[in-house]
Design a protein around this ligand. Structure first.
Ligand SMILES: [Fe+2]
Ligand SMILES: [Fe+2]
Length: 170
């Protein structure tokens, strides 16, 4: 059985994962209208992953006798500046998500809720992967600089990264 405070903290994480999904969906749409089909594909895929992260928490809360609440989501931005700015935003967003997961782990230990602590380990590992992937992409972008031909190649390249984020089923 979940304590009220753990249930509340997990419900907050539902909102964070859901909003992540919305942000990446907005990025996908923006990239698509810019003609960056590879980047768009990557972002659509990433958006799906974040929805899956959200669903995992919904099911976990309900399985443990709590009630997962589906919240209203903050509307994401419409435009994201340059594609470098966009990936910088993605990276910073993932760092923010990692912090929120760390806080959750901390609460689960404080409350000696080892089942929740165990459940959260998947998210800890996932955040390490996602931050590393975002860093790799930013390094590539820095190599390209303002070169248009490089951007074309990058757009193709980023397609290879689709599906590299963990696809573990719920
Ligand atoms: Fe996530
Ligand atoms: Fe993420």
């Amino acid at each position: 059985m979940l304590s009220k405070s753990i249930e509340e903290a997990l419900n907050k994480q539902i909102k964070i994962e859901g909003e992540s999904s919305q942000v990446y969906l907005a990025m996908a749409s923006w990239a698509e209208v810019q003609g960056l089909s590879g980047v768009a594909e990557f972002m659509y895929d990433h958006s799906d992953e974040e929805r899956m992260h959200m669903l995992k928490i919904v099911k976990f809360i309900n399985e443990r006798g709590g009630h997962a609440i589906v919240p209203a989501f903050e509307a994401p931005a419409i435009k994201f500046g340059s594609f470098k700015d966009m990936f910088q935003t993605l990276f910073e967003h993932e760092v923010f998500v990692s912090k929120s997961i760390n806080d959750l782990v901390h609460i689960s230990l404080e409350e000696r809720d080892y089942a929740t602590h165990n459940f959260l380990q998947w998210y800890v590992a996932e955040q390490i992967e996602e931050e590393a992937l975002a860093r790799t992409i930013l390094d590539k972008i820095n190599l390209i600089g303002d070169d248009k031909g490089g951007l074309y190649l990058f757009d193709n390249d980023v397609k290879q990264l689709v599906g590299q984020i963990d696809n573990t089923a719920i």
